[in-house]
Design a protein around this ligand. Structure first.
Ligand code: AMP
Ligand code: GLY
Length: 426
């Protein structure tokens, strides 16, 4: 069969890498991809949000299955358009994607269905927002309503910082996305990502994982799209997983059906696990980036077969097989990221790093210029390693990174440490 993957990032490279291994797949396309994905899939020169052109391409090439990586095309209706054209696609409809596309919607939804989340209020007026901050005190979390590539969330530690953020947001710092904002209670604890493949009221869990949102070690500095992840996440014990399913995942599926917005695709709950229990920080209607990279390294069964079974109404049959090894993915970012960053730097050393069979390097923002591999985004590569223990995976991944170079490259040195601490020191 012919498969099309939509998206340009590290998540899509990891999905393409996995899809390519399926014996069902004869031909793999990517729209638009990056230099890493183009090594294993045919490049389709159409932007992930140019939905009419993607439909036309899929019809012409008789694509049997399309898998959507990022949120933007989902929230712009790619699934609705493909289904109207009788094309098979895995992802949520536009109406359901609002669970990620609007934080105001997601928070109100959680409140309505009793899904645990931080105490909050929503605002469209600066003065009221400032009054709320004064009443609540700091630290406090301020979120732009709309999609902002993981960067529309500010944790303010002082009242001045909070007021400045509110003013910036209403002045249009994130464009339309910050015309409305959510202000919520700051929650202590350890974050984890819980991702499942879902259809209506049923789900199949993916392996657990933990992302690292802040740019610097020890969770310092501004939020990013994610700087590294590992799987499984020891913070999600079997008991905690049971609670996540009972109190969060199933109520979300049922609630969305009641709202007339049934889910079908990947569902990602970003969680904070701490003194106030398990709370949802956000929902995403897609897989995480970089979580997908270590998760795909551990999936031993056929992702394509699983997706086909789900789309054909046989989700009960889907039983993914996970390696009992640990995997880690560390993001190598451009100088300046998550702020304004440099591009066009030559990347070297990937082949050298991949000489170790336990290492796979996934590309995010990369391109080819004059036959050379160059940086083309804020997050450039995710280096992944697999090991018998989390400690071994960590050692391997950082040894591999030493071989890779581009000017201004920066990355976190502590990916895996929270899990290691939990496994060995508690
Ligand atoms: P979100 O996009 O809503 O997941 O927020 C991005 C990141 O901001 C999260 O991954 C957390 O690291 C942090 N964050 C969001 N909400 C809160 C909160 N209520 N308390 C503490 N940290 C938060
Ligand atoms: N890694 C966080 C996200 O994909 O939203």
């Amino acid at each position: 069969m012919k498969v099309l993957i939509v998206g340009n990032g590290g998540r899509e490279h990891a999905l393409a890498w996995k899809v390519k291994q399926s014996p069902l797949v004869k031909k793999l396309y990517v729209a638009k991809g990056n230099a890493g994905i183009w090594q294993i899939a045919e490049k389709v020169d159409i932007s992930p949000t140019d939905i009419p052109s993607l439909v036309e391409f899929a019809k012409k090439e008789k694509i049997d299955l399309t898998i959507v990586g990022p949120e933007q095309p989902l929230s712009e209706g790619i699934v609705d358009a493909f289904e109207e054209a009788n094309l098979k696609i895995f992802g949520h409809k536009k109406s359901s994607s609002i669970l990620e596309a609007s934080k105001v919607y997601a928070k109100n939804f959680m409140k309505k269905y009793g899904i645990p989340t931080a105490f909050y209020e929503t605002f469209d007026k600066e003065e009221e927002a400032i009054l709320f901050v004064k009443k609540m005190g700091t630290p406090i979390v301020i979120k732009a309503d709309g999609l902002a590539a993981g960067k529309g969330v500010i944790i303010a530690y002082t009242e001045e910082e909070a007021i400045e953020t509110i003013k910036d947001m209403f002045a249009g710092k994130f464009g339309e996305a910050s015309k409305r904002i959510v202000i919520e209670e700051f929650l202590e604890g350890e974050e984890a990502s819980y991702i499942a493949m879902v259809k209506d009221d049923k789900l199949v869990p993916m392996a657990t994982s933990q992302d690292h949102k802040r740019v610097f070690d020890n969770d310092k500095g501004p939020n990013t799209g994610g700087m590294g992840a590992y799987s499984p996440a020891p913070v999600i014990t079997p008991e905690i997983e049971k609670q996540i399913l009972e109190k969060i995942m199933y109520p979300t599926l049922k609630g969305m059906i009641k709202e007339g917005k049934p889910l079908s695709g990947f569902l990602y709950a970003g969680l904070m696990i701490g003194p106030k229990g398990i709370n949802v920080l956000e929902f995403n209607v897609r897989m995480g980036d970089p979580e997908t990279q270590p998760i795909m390294r551990r999936l031993e069964s056929d992702l394509v077969q699983h997706i086909l079974d789900i789309l054909e109404g046989n989700i009960d049959k889907v039983k993914p097989v996970w390696s009992d090894k640990y995997s880690i993915g560390v993001v190598l970012a451009s100088k300046g990221y998550p702020g304004k960053y440099e591009k066009g730097k030559v990347i070297t050393g990937i082949q050298e790093a991949e000489k170790d069979p336990d290492i796979v390097v996934f590309h995010s923002g990369t391109d080819i210029k004059d036959g050379k591999l160059i940086t083309a985004g804020g997050r450039v590569l995710t280096v992944t390693a697999i090991g018998d223990t989390l400690l071994e995976a960590k050692e391997k991944v950082y040894k591999a990174i030493e071989k890779i170079h581009f000017e201004g490259m920066h990355y976190r040195k502590d990916i895996g440490d929270k899990g290691i601490k939990r496994l060995y020191y508690s």
